[in-house]
Design a protein around this ligand. Structure first.
Ligand code: ARG
Length: 610
């Protein structure tokens, strides 16, 4: 291998880190457990209760595929050196002659496992058999509610809601892939005093002095931009005339009480907003099962408030109704939450409380996930704790996945002006930029105009989404076009490009790859791909369990890099012999399937040509 590649190779070796939980992993755990039990029986181990066996991927693949620190944990109880214990356990494991393990090493108290090449090969065959179902799970009885996206009506869909939308969709996809019954909910912000402000503005600034017919025409032609403007204007006027706040409240009160006119105007604002949101969801390839905005829970609020009173959880405070929390080891002492304001209005909190009850009753979920900005962490703690105090929770797990902010440093989009950055503008720009790349590329020249447009969409939008998803949800993101569309870095275009490369290799070879593979003399690069690719089922599980789609991105990037490294140093279709050719095509096929699976879970497209 050229020295340059070798350096790169080891770089990936070291980067290929800690994806946990999975299939081969479970086999290895069993093997260790059996060895420990045997050693206990013969008295070689004296500890009665054995600790939980944990295995991890060593950071450096040269140290094996898995490693356990069990010997280190046992030193105290056993009163022996870790290295000694590790030796004893390792030799007991060796005696089992497990087919999946090729080599075992006891190093510095760790026991390192190398998966056998035969096992890896069989797994590769499984990938090509199971295709997009590789790593998936059959239907289980488990149920999960995932609430995500949840933009506010009468406002454009800002970049701020991108994170919730794509992270939430990925979590939904992951659980579905693992056989869970999933329920996706879009909790639109469509209720509360801000909507009183909009109603007041429309009524005052647009509809005053108009007859019925004119009114209808005006309402029909309202745009989101106009609604946004009216909202901003309201706040300008408010500075000069604080009484306007009361007018807004009155209008929201009307809406709450079902006033026909208020309701009608509000419906228009909602329809206009949903039209825009739908357009964005289409662009983003996002489908949310139920749109149940805050208003959906309106008729349940009275009941919920009554129940908090009856159960002695609500408390009067200066004319308002609040929930006070006591000191609790899990949550600390939470500040009180506002249930009903002194003017009788319910709150964001009340509606969320009602939503919890509804979702538990309706879906009987094992997990309820909420994907929102990290700044709502306290709010959700209060909601979840209140639900517990009310006795609604019996084993359901509540998860708030809080995401960080976008920061725009320079260029066309800037957050410094304080204005919302419209997601649609960002996506259109991404498509334009992707189109330029395609026009300049070699493959691009062979594509029809329509194909070019499709690919530009897949790459541009995929780029923006992948950039978002490749960050840990809780971290902030600096928006940088060069990174988003970087053909050489950890980006959607790079991965999509690798996929298209695989597709082109397979197309050129033209043949279907079936039958047993007998190839044995794997190169380092070939072996690296095999060792990475079989981790996909584990990675999908860990990404789901930790609600971290970014783990899928880390993995698929490593895999794509490994493939490109292999591609640069091997002949595939015209390999040195038939066995090598057959194997390399199968490997290429496997990589293509797994990349497609990974990006599919992130709702990112994989064009065949790029
Ligand atoms: N509409 C809210 C916002 O834009 C997010 C809603 C979050 N979900 C919830 N159940 N409160 O900030």
């Amino acid at each position: 291998m050229p020295t340059q590649l070798r350096g790169h190779f080891y770089l990936i070796l070291i980067r290929a880190k800690c994806y946990t939980q999975g299939m081969i992993r479970e086999d290895i755990k069993e093997i260790i457990a059996k060895a420990l039990a045997d050693l206990q029986k013969t008295g070689a181990l004296t500890s009665g209760d054995l600790p939980e066996i944990k295995i991890e991927h060593p950071e450096d693949l040269r140290l094996g595929d898995y490693a356990t620190n069990i010997a280190l944990i046992l030193t105290k109880k056993e009163g022996k050196k870790a290295s000694e214990i590790a030796e004893v356990i390792a030799s007991k494991i060796k005696a089992q002659n497990a087919k999946s393990i090729e080599k075992l090493e006891a190093v510095k108290g760790f026991i390192n496992f190398f998966i056998s090449k035969n096992y890896l090969l069989r797994e590769l065959e499984t990938i090509t058999e199971e295709k997009e179902r590789y790593g998936a799970e059959k239907e289980t009885k488990k149920r999960i509610v995932v609430e995500y996206s949840s933009p506010n009506i009468a406002k454009s869909f800002g970049i701020g809601h991108l994170r919730s939308t794509v992270i939430g969709q990925a979590i939904y996809n992951l659980y579905q892939f693992l056989g869970w019954k999933c329920f996706g909910i879009n909790h639109l912000g469509d209720w509360g005093t801000p909507h009183g402000k909009i109603l007041y503005q429309i009524k005052e600034k647009k509809l005053k002095g108009k007859n019925e017919k004119e009114k209808e025409e005006i309402l029909k032609n309202l745009t989101i931009e106009e609604l946004e403007r009216l909202y901003v204007d309201f706040h300008k006027d408010l500075a000069a005339n604080p009484k306007l706040q009361d007018r807004a409240r009155e209008w929201f009160k009307k809406l709450e009480q079902g006033d026909r006119e208020a309701k009608e105007i509000w419906e228009y604002t909602k329809t206009i907003s949903l039209r825009e949101f739908e357009r964005l969801y289409d662009l983003l390839d996002v489908r949310i099962d139920s749109v149940w905005g805050e208003s959906f829970y309106e008729n349940m609020l009275k009941d919920v408030v009554e129940e908090t009173k009856k159960k002695g959880i609500a408390k009067e405070s200066q004319g308002a109704l609040i929930i006070e929390y006591s000191e609790n080891p899990d949550t600390g002492k939470l500040p009180p939450a506002m249930l009903v304001k002194s003017d009788g209005a319910t709150t964001y909190f009340t509606r969320d409380l009602a939503a919890v009850r509804y979702r538990i009753r309706e879906f009987k979920p094992d997990i309820l996930v909420y994907e929102t900005g990290v700044e709502q962490t306290l709010h959700f703690r209060q909601v979840f704790e209140a639900a517990r105090m009310l006795g609604w929770v019996s084993g359901e797990k509540f998860v708030h996945v809080g995401h960080g902010l976008y920061r725009f440093e320079h260029g066309k989009f800037s957050t410094r002006s304080g204005e919302t950055i419209h997601l649609e503008e960002v996506l259109r720009e991404a498509i334009l930029r992707a189109r330029k790349i395609i026009d300049a590329s070699e493959t691009g020249r062979g594509l029809s105009e329509e194909e070019k447009e499709d690919v530009a969409r897949a790459v541009g939008i995929g780029g923006v989404k992948y950039n978002d998803l490749s960050h840990n949800p809780s971290s902030d993101i600096i928006f940088d076009w060069d990174k988003i569309l970087n053909l050489k870095g950890n980006s959607a275009p790079y991965i999509q490009y690798t996929y298209a490369r695989c597709a082109s290799v397979l197309k050129k070879a033209g043949e279907k790859n079936n039958g047993e593979i007998k190839y044995k003399d794997f190169s380092l690069e070939e072996l690296l791909i095999l060792r990475l690719i079989v981790r996909f089922p584990e990675v999908a599980r860990e990404a789901a369990e930790t609600f971290s789609p970014n783990l899928l991105c880390n993995f698929v990037f490593d895999l794509a890099q490994a493939y490109n490294l292999f591609y640069a140093s091997h002949r595939i279709g015209d390999a040195e012999n038939n066995e090598a050719k057959k194997f390399r095509l199968l490997l290429t096929q496997g990589v293509a399937h797994v990349i497609k699976n990974c990006l599919g879970l992130l709702s990112i497209k994989t064009p065949e040509r790029l």
